[in-house]
Design a protein. Structure first.
Length: 323
């Protein structure tokens, strides 16, 4: 924590958060560079003022009570608001500085995300970008709770507390190895896809829940020989030519750009597209720089998708020979 944050962040809240995170007063004392007795005294005074215990004192450490959980949430909101205020102050000085927290999906890590992080570092060198890899549900929860400033996730829906900065459709399709019989087709039907061994994602991934809602019959008919929460394992098996997978161009972006996979759109009229969106909280005031970065991320995702689609169209024109 920089000196300004340290001075403005209430001591009691910092100590509660440190003990909650590290599980003991001694560990928290080392983290915040103050004596364990001082931290214990602050917490006891706080408990006396509130009239409730904040921690359960256990032989193996400190555990938050329900009241402690509420106070920890307050501490996290306070820190988030403080970071935003400091960023705004820096912006008034004409300096793009501050800390931004981004929630993203695991499938983005090997795709557009590294390029975006480099772009932010180049365009706004004063920004510290903190990236948390979460599920789409967690991304929405963290935005609403104020734990992150922006999120990029699948199938985000705008609402009273969620503002979509950018959104793009992701047609459902089949990814196959370049030499696979389906690779040269302009489109494929569900029946053609399930004729091959299917590498299916588990319910931990958004695409599986989407398929269950709209096309559960397909999963039952295909009887996937593999189900996994690892997108990388799915793509590795597809690259080998042994399996096919149902997913989007964005999930297979790096491999499509490298010529390792082909994306074949599904021609079934019931194959509704997913979406990928960039969102910020609609209920909290964000620093100007956070909105700028969110808009930059929306443009970056759109540009990345355009590159992937152009690469896919180019490789299809070459029509590799089936195995």
């Amino acid at each position: 924590m920089n000196p300004a944050n340290h001075m403005l962040h209430p001591k009691a809240l910092r100590y509660v958060a440190a003990v909650a995170q590290l599980g003991s007063v001694q560990a928290a004392a080392r983290e915040v560079s103050i004596s364990a007795s001082a931290i214990d005294r602050h917490i006891l005074l706080l408990e006396e003022d509130l009239g409730v215990p904040l921690f359960e004192r256990q032989p193996r450490g400190m555990r938050l009570t329900a009241a402690g959980e509420l106070l920890l949430a307050l501490a996290q909101r306070w820190k988030a608001d403080l970071n935003r205020t400091l960023s705004d102050i820096k912006h008034l000085q004409g300096v793009s500085q501050g800390q931004l927290r981004l929630a993203a999906m695991d499938s983005h890590v090997n795709g557009f995300l590294p390029e975006f992080v480099l772009a932010v570092a180049r365009e706004h060198p004063g920004i510290v970008l903190e990236v948390d890899i979460v599920s789409p549900d967690e991304a929405v929860q963290r935005l609403r709770a104020g734990d992150v400033d922006l999120a990029v996730a699948f199938n985000l829906k705008p609402g009273r507390d969620l503002h979509l900065v950018a959104s793009a459709e992701l047609p459902l399709g089949c990814v196959v190895a370049p030499g696979h019989p389906l690779a040269s087709q302009a489109q494929a039907s569900f029946k053609e896809v399930v004729a091959w061994p299917l590498a299916a994602q588990s319910r931990a991934l958004a695409i599986r829940r989407y398929l269950e809602r709209r096309h559960n019959w397909l999963l039952q008919e295909a009887r996937p020989p593999l189900v996994t929460n690892s997108l990388q394992l799915v793509k590795s098996l597809v690259r080998s030519g042994s399996h096919v997978a149902l997913t989007s161009e964005l999930d297979a972006g790096p491999e499509i750009l490298a010529g390792q996979l082909r994306f074949v759109p599904l021609k079934d009229k019931n194959a509704q597209p997913q979406t990928v969106g960039v969102a910020i909280s609609a209920g909290r005031a964000l620093p100007h720089i956070a909105r700028m970065v969110a808009e930059r991320l929306g443009v970056h995702v759109g540009d990345y998708l355009a590159r992937v689609r152009a690469a896919g169209a180019e490789t299809k024109r070459k029509k590799p020979k089936p195995r």
